[in-house]
Design a protein around this ligand. Structure first.
Ligand code: HEM
Length: 385
């Protein structure tokens, strides 16, 4: 039964993980591609859509919440098979030896994926090297071993499900020790653990009282601050090293480059352009998200038109004032630029953006991962990437 829960759960994790990877548009531009050596593993990549606007929020909420809720199931499954893992002789035949090697990849891969995932969510990552290649390549190794394991064990799993109530099935030990817990008790224990993790994590995908229930999530608890800008962020302006001297009205200029040259715009000039509103969430790869916020700013396609792309907005390369960090630069696809809801936002919920939300101006695009919504934008270069 634990295996069958994992069969569904791990498959959903694998698919949502690959979909999340595609959401970064890694084949668009080298700056988006954290795994330039991926080779054929990128075979399925597709142009990330902008509809529905909650697509990334849903995908990543499911990926992270499900991954955390499955931890007790994975641990219980490993506990239930530990005696078999160390059975002697280690291999009875060549075929058995190969299966044992695949088990190393299965158990090692499972532990690696769950540990790196949880560390990324909880600690903003502490491993050497970038999270993206490790978690992506680890996922392929783990899932390949997982598929082999399911194919080899499915007949046993089905046979045992059919004979669940009989004393004699393949999973019953011939020399049972005194039971310390009934089968039903063990399943309740595991299920209860999963439910508890779910209940203390899922709230990070919502606002207000629900977010406060996410006791185990670093972006759960109370909203940071109050008022129109009092909604969740990942990094403060201070953490990103944004110097207020660079963002003042006199100092800051947005540099927009395209087919017809370069224009420089102050914030007051941007505010004088045609402004539009869109209701869009912030959704982070770490699995937290906000509900829709009211952003107001200049459409990305209108900025493209300023530099010579009147009806055919191309891709755009966006750079932040942020000095360090993997995502201080990001490329967006032409379809993301063309969407009428994609903005260079100056205001949120009726107020100026706060420094932590990206003042003087930030990108906001429907369905895009949070880090592609660059904050503290300094430069935008339109053109095919
Ligand atoms: C993260 C996923 C999983 C891990 C880490 C895992 C790990 C293991 C290990 C280490 C064994 C003992 C190896 C052996 O003696 O053959 C085992 C056995 C088994 N697994 Fe899995 N497994 C996973 C998922 C699944 C799934 C999805 C199924 C459902 C088809 C499944 C069904 C079985 C069965 C039926 C056995 C045989 C138990 C026995 O003969 O005593 N496992 N698993």
């Amino acid at each position: 039964m634990l295996g069958l829960v994992l069969l569904v759960g791990i498959t959903v994790l694998f698919v949502t993980g690959l979909v999340s990877y595609a959401a970064y548009n890694p084949d668009l531009s080298p700056v988006n591609d954290q795994t330039p050596d991926k080779g054929i593993l990128g075979f399925y990549l597709f142009a990330w859509p902008t509809h529905p606007h909650w697509l990334y929020r849903l995908n990543q909420g499911v990926h992270v919440t499900l991954g955390i809720a499955l931890i007790p199931v994975l641990l219980a499954k490993l506990w239930s098979v530990v005696p078999r893992l160390f059975a002697l002789p280690p291999a009875r035949s060549l075929a058995h030896a190969l299966e044992r090697i695949s088990l190393l990849l299965l158990v090692g891969g499972a532990l690696f994926e769950f540990v790196t995932g949880v560390l990324n969510v909880q600690l903003d990552y502490v491993f050497p090297g970038s999270f993206y290649p490790l978690h992506l390549y680890g996922a392929w190794v783990f899932f390949a071993a997982f598929v082999a394991h399911v194919l080899l064990k499915m007949p046993t799993a089905l046979r045992n499900l059919r004979h669940l109530r009989e004393e004699k099935n393949d999973l019953v030990t011939p020399r049972p020790a005194e039971p310390t817990v009934s089968r039903r008790g063990a399943l309740w224990f595991v299920g209860g653990g999963s439910l508890l993790l779910f209940a203390t994590t899922a709230g990070q995908n919502f606002d207000g009282p629900l977010r406060r229930t996410a006791l185990l999530a670093p972006h759960g608890g109370d909203e940071p601050g109050s008022g129109p800008n009092g909604f969740q962020i990942n990094k403060t302006a201070a953490y990103a090293g944004i110097d207020t001297a660079e963002t003042g009205e006199d100092a800051w200029r947005l540099v927009v480059t395209g087919r017809t040259g370069t224009v420089r715009l102050s914030r007051a000039q941007l505010a004088g352009l045609s402004l539009h509103s869109s209701a869009l969430p912030i959704a982070c790869v770490e699995g937290w998200s906000t509900s829709d916020q009211w952003w107001r700013g200049v459409r990305l396609r209108d900025l493209a038109a300023l530099v010579g792309y009147d009806d055919d907005p191309p891709d755009v390369f966006v750079e932040s004032l942020q000095a360090r960090g993997a995502f201080r630069k990001a490329a967006l696809r032409a379809n993301q630029v063309a969407d009428a809801r994609s903005l260079l936002a100056l205001y949120v919920n009726g107020e100026d953006l706060s420094p932590d939300h990206g003042h003087p101006a930030r990108i906001i695009v429907p369905a895009a991962p949070g880090v592609l919504n660059t904050k503290w934008v300094a430069r935008m270069t339109f053109g095919d990437l």
